[in-house]
Design a protein around this ligand. Structure first.
Ligand code: ZN
Length: 151
């Protein structure tokens, strides 16, 4: 169980216990839901886009510490980003998770570096990536109220 100590880093635990931007917001322009049956995580991401800029990002759902902390950190980092930048951020994060554990986390991923620790645990990659997949779907579905089911 010593490995878990490294995995559930302080930042991740803190965001799990007190997630930021948690709950369905009153105002949003696009949203998407993701499910990770492997772990039992589900997350719905809500974005409030105005003139191509993310004015607000929030999430709700149930999941493990990694899934919840990832969504908390992600929604925090997204605020104020353009849609273009958010797409790039999402792609970079996906690449980072697949990269060699212990290699430096790209500077562009400032704000979500704590999740780099998940790289050492391949079975948890889906937990960390879940909200990012939902983000991608939400960005694709801008001003489309249809919920996207991801598998
Ligand atoms: Zn999980």
């Amino acid at each position: 169980m010593a490995d878990l100590k490294a995995l559930y880093q302080q930042v991740i635990l803190e965001h799990y216990r007190a997630p930021r931007n948690f709950g369905r917001p009153l105002v949003f322009t696009t949203h998407a839901r993701g499910d990770n049956p492997m772990c039992g995580d589900n997350v719905e991401v809500f974005l409030h886009l105005e003139h191509g800029v993310i004015q607000g990002a929030a999430f709700e759902g149930e999941g493990c510490a990694i899934a919840r902390a990832s969504a908390s950190l992600m929604t925090q980092a997204l605020r104020g980003m353009t849609v273009e930048k958010a797409r790039e951020f999402q792609k970079r994060f996906g690449k980072m998770i697949q990269s060699e554990p212990g290699s430096p986390c790209p500077q562009e991923l400032q704000g979500v570096e704590a999740l780099a620790g998940v790289r050492a645990y391949p079975t948890r990659h889906k937990c960390a990536l879940l909200c990012w997949r939902a983000l991608e779907a939400a960005l694709d579905g801008d001003s489309d109220p249809v919920t996207t089911e991801l598998s």
